[in-house]
Design a protein around this ligand. Structure first.
Ligand SMILES: [Zn+2]
Length: 47
């Protein structure tokens, strides 16, 4: 059974921020699963 490549990619789940649950843009850097704004907040708290 053939699977269309386009269908395969369409079915991939979007990255979600584990902190706020917002959908994330694909990023080249492998941050964890946290969006930029949450990362900034976490860094601010840890300082
Ligand atoms: Zn977030």
């Amino acid at each position: 059974m053939l699977i269309k490549i386009t269908d395969f990619f369409r079915n991939l789940p979007k990255k979600q921020c584990k902190e706020c649950g917002n959908e994330m843009e694909e990023q080249h850097e492998c941050y964890s699963h946290t969006c930029n704004s949450c990362i900034e907040q976490l860094q601010t708290i840890s300082k």
